[in-house]
Design a protein around this ligand. Structure first.
Ligand code: 1HA
Length: 271
């Protein structure tokens, strides 16, 4: 597709296509696309924009270049208690971004070439789908560099690959190639690097052809199975959205505004 720049950022590229795809690219190839607090804040801004934009139906998250999707937190700016940005405050703000991907009602697709490790590996797991290039390498490094992600990074990983495999990935900190990742169910498909974007865009187009409300309800439903009360909030939010679209829902609001009693009698009590 023809990508049009959709904002000015320092650490990321943000683009959109006419047909309804937004693309967020971590643009720090010199550090294998490691993120610092600014990178995360910019990804949050871009994803919030993509969510709000009615023309956008699916979002691609990727890394600049062939060598890396993302290598996790930038260890050069890791201080006491988190990763330190221009304001001198240590943060683990990627956790907020994880939740933002999770609760975005539009599908987010990780497009992965090269290294996808540490906090970068958790980001691809948070995405709804992962399209991998044949040169992609996956793994967690936390226990080797003095970190761990015990949130979705642990429990959702176990839902994806199973308990034994999740413990292996975290305890041994090995790297896995694209074929192994496919066998584990960590990624949806593997293609030659040259075809990575074309394949990802093809998946986006197939999603865009389908019902957006069906897709957002399914995402919320699949999340709810793992996410407790936060997951139920998301799923129920969609029920409220749909209820607001009904005559029955509107009758309540209209009666209030017209200072009369609501008449819910006319609506069916279906079995
Ligand atoms: O666990 C969490 C969190 C948990 C809870 C809440 C929040 C969290 C937030 C973040 C994280 C984490 O991400 S912890 C895990 C952090 N990441 C890593 O441990 C990966 C470190 N990198 C590597 O193991 C390797 O660099 C690599 C396997 C990705 C690539 O190896 P390769 O191809 O041999 O390249 P390499 O020479 O190592 O790297 C190229 C350049 O990129 C190097 O810089 P240079 O020597 O040229 O100056 C290297 O230092 C830099 N680089 C790579 N990864 C990072 C990095 N610099 C800073 N941070 C990195 N993560």
């Amino acid at each position: 597709p023809e990508w049009k720049k959709a904002g000015d950022f320092e650490d990321i590229l943000y683009e959109k296509s006419e047909e309804g795809i937004a693309k967020i690219t971590i643009n720090r190839p010199q550090v294998r696309n490691a993120f610092r607090p600014l990178t995360v804040r910019e990804m949050e801004t871009a994803l919030a924009d993509a969510r709000d934009d009615e023309n956008i139906g699916v979002i691609i998250l990727t890394g600049q270049g062939k060598d890396a999707f993302c290598s996790g937190g930038d260890q050069k700016v890791r201080g006491n208690g988190g990763y330190v940005g221009g304001d001198g405050v240590p943060r683990l703000n990627v956790l907020d971004f994880q939740r933002q991907i999770r609760t975005c009602p539009k599908p987010v697709i990780a497009m992965v070439a090269g290294w996808c490790v540490g906090g970068g590996h958790v980001l691809h797991m948070m995405c709804d789908l992962t399209i991998a290039a044949d040169n992609a390498r996956f793994g967690q490094t936390g226990p080797r560099v003095g970190s761990f992600d015990g949130g979705w990074g642990a429990s959702y990983m176990a839902r994806i690959v199973g308990q034994k495999k999740a413990r292996e990935i975290w305890f041994l900190c090995r790297f896995y190639d694209a074929t192994e990742a496919l066998e584990m169910g960590l990624v949806n498909t593997v293609v030659p690097y040259e075809e990575l974007e074309a394949e990802t865009v093809q998946w986006c187009r197939e999603i865009l052809a389908n019902s957006p409300i069906a897709i957002r309800c399914l995402k919320a439903a699949l999340n709810a199975d793992c996410d407790g009360q936060a997951g139920l909030q998301e799923l129920a939010g969609n029920a409220t959205l749909l209820y607001y679209m009904t005559e029955e829902g509107k009758e309540g609001k209209e009666a209030f505004l017209e200072k009369r009693r609501p008449n819910f009698k006319k609506f069916p009590r279906l079995p």
